[in-house]
Write a protein that binds this ligand. Sequence first.
Ligand SMILES: *Cc1c(COP(=O)(O)O)cnc(C)c1O
Length: 434
Amino acid sequence: MLEHSEYYSKLVETLRQHHEFYRQSIPLIASENLASLAVRSMYLTDFGHRYAEGRVGKRFYQGCQYIDVVEDMAIQLTKEIFNAEHANVQPISGVTANIAAFFALTSPGDKLMALSVPCGGHISHDRFSAAGIRGLEVLHYPFDMDNLNVDVDETRKVAEKEKPKVFVLGSSLILFPHPVKEIAEIAAEIGARVVYDGSHVLGLIAGKQFQDPVKEGADVITASTHKTFFGPQRAIILCKAELAKKIDNAVFPGVVSNHHLHSLAGYVIACLEMLEFGEAYARQIVRNAKRLAERMHELGFNVVGEHLGFTESHQVAVDVTEFGGGDPVAKLFERINIILNKNLLPWDDLTKTKNPSGIRIGVQEITRLGMKEGEMEKLAEIMWDAVNGKKSEDKLRQEVIELKKEFNTIKYAFEETEAYTFFENFLSAPQRKI
Ligand SMILES: *Cc1c(COP(=O)(O)O)cnc(C)c1O
């Protein structure tokens, strides 16, 4: 048991260890990234302690005149980056954005069509989360295992019979663009709407290296802003002008009261970085993902989607059944400082959740740290040696630390800064008083 007086020093020490661990590790979680120091510096402003319910210029409390300026900047930049008719920048996370979108577009008892979790769907598309909260009946798309994508023809048959109100596209395991245009045509025929959840690929869309769901006809786009889009942890919703009011009302008063204004200010900076560096950054991400997949395949890994070119996104999926499954492999990698997650693959059923057949790799964060194709090759080789027990775990961990050493600076930012700066002096000040 800790004495109360010991909590603070333990807290600071734990955070220091976390920073040090990340400095010495290769982060490959596909849903994470680094925000620049300029973005993070906004977190410390007074904005983090205010309320700004309502819309720009139409707030419920006084004192929001400067917040209005910032939220308007966020809206304008978002519309510019994504060429969207309307943007709501208030959801505080991707799940919140999905709850709002479903709230706006459906009534309890309606049907929603989404990808199953093994096929890449996010839990919030399903009955365990946002869709369930709204009381929706969830149907899963027929999935084409050869093309690793939604089966459009089979979907049409199911849709004509079941008449879902909403089709969700975009997913958490997303190697290839989804058939947004085709599904939007089916939706139009039966009076349904298409929601594209771009949480994973928002930065690739911003950098013009992935499908553009706005152009392809999605009615609503929801997305986290901290995955390939390297902003603070929050989310946006884009929509057609005709849906603006519905979406805005679903966000507030629907799912937010305060909307984390300090991170909203940080998001404005991330937008500016994306406009300046997004294209080069996103292009390198896709190159890195392809090279990593190719090298892993050459070495003997069962990389998903060989006949399709492995990937067109930031992700690589690998079937590691022959090495005991996703769970032991992810844990082995963690012991040698490679951080990634086990993942269900389309041919798994939910009983395999604890030890699915796959791992999922995202290269967006190491790309932001400046890694290129050469580092992808080294990384693939370390992983191959690890799963085959070719070297001791100690030796492999040393190789990871060595590889990471030169890549701890955040690139594609106006000012390149050290990624894991620990503001020691700042944090230790209150410690003396507690
Ligand atoms: C990560 C993810 C979310 C949830 O995002 P949060 O910001 O963590 O709430 C929603 N949808 C998809 C497809 C995701 O991958």
